[in-house]
Design a protein around this ligand. Structure first.
Ligand SMILES: Nc1ncnc2c1ncn2[C@@H]1O[C@H](COP(=O)(O)OP(=O)(O)O)[C@@H](O)[C@H]1O
Ligand SMILES: [Mg+2]
Length: 265
């Protein structure tokens, strides 16, 4: 099992879209894929028609059962299949916004997701975590569990605003780990017709030469259409430009992080 997280302290940069589109591609390429929603907004859950205001079994329950005396980290009761082959999700409920107050101070709460995923390590090939935009127990869980981190950044004026803060957060959290995971900044919503986009892409590459992915995800209205349809863009319109961008990204990620595909599907 390989665990990736998609994180940025800014909202609306394409985190959830990246999780869903990469997840859609991985699952259609035959990998058993689990997507985890750690954002109290629950956009990933909503994408797959799970209402985060009503969900009964969610990542919230996992944190609570892990924090009680029984220390039960089994994530299986909170995972559900989607209508798409090989693609499962662990939904969020809006109640996870209260976790910082309720459980953050308890010991070991930063490792709930990492520990829970270790229990199902043989059951999935790839896990992608949709991290919340605020630094707290949920983001710490995402960063602590992943071995690879993707940081989507919009290529527009002021793109770098906030990114420095995110990179510092990553470095701070990763410092406590024996093997610091690698991270890649993913330029998203790139509009080649605008000067601001081209300029911000150059600024990004100059500022983080080692960590910026060499390509970009183009701006593409198909992603929004796919989201309204509740279908990963890779299935909604496999020929769209954004899906081509995400396929390139996934090819590169798999070149470094490939797991041997299981016979089961
Ligand atoms: N490459 C893109 N081109 C056009 N629209 C996009 C692109 N990526 C994301 N979007 C749209 O932008 C909005 C914010 O994206 P989202 O993935 O929800 O961001 P986040 O999870 O960081 O808040 C959504 O409506 C999504 O459909
Ligand atoms: Mg989101």
């Amino acid at each position: 099992m390989k665990i990736w997280a998609v994180s940025n302290q800014k909202g609306g940069v394409g985190k959830t879209t990246t999780v869903v589109t990469l997840g859609g591609l991985l699952s259609s390429w035959g990998y058993r894929t689990l997507l985890i929603d750690l954002d109290p907004h629950g956009s990933l859950s909503s994408y797959f028609r799970q209402n985060p205001d009503e969900t009964e079994a969610s990542v919230y329950n996992l944190f609570h059962s892990a924090s009680r005396k029984q220390k039960n980290y089994d994530p299986r009761p909170y995972i559900m299949n989607t209508e798409f082959a090989n693609l499962s999700i662990m939904p969020a409920s809006t109640a996870i916004a209260t976790l910082d107050r309720q459980v953050a101070a308890l010991d070991g709460m930063g490792l709930v997701i990492a520990t829970a995923l270790a229990e199902i390590a043989d059951e999935y090939d790839y896990v992608i975590i949709d991290s919340p935009p605020m630094l707290g127990v949920l983001m710490i869980n995402a960063l602590a569990a992943c071995e690879f981190l993707l940081v989507p950044v919009i290529t527009e004026f002021l793109a770098l605003q906030g990114l420095d803060r995110m990179v510092r957060t990553i470095q701070m959290v990763f410092k406590s780990r024996k093997q610091p995971p690698d991270f890649k900044i993913i330029p998203t919503m790139f509009d080649k017709r605008t000067k601001a986009a081209i300029k911000s892409l150059h600024t990004l590459r100059d500022s983080y030469p080692k960590n910026v992915w060499g390509k970009f995800i183009p701006i593409d209205t198909k992603l929004r259409e796919a989201s309204s349809a509740g279908v990963p863009a890779s299935i909604y319109d496999p020929t769209s430009r954004a899906v081509a961008g995400y396929s390139d990204l996934l090819d590169e990620l798999l070149a470094k992080n490939r797991v041997v595909k299981s016979a089961v599907s």
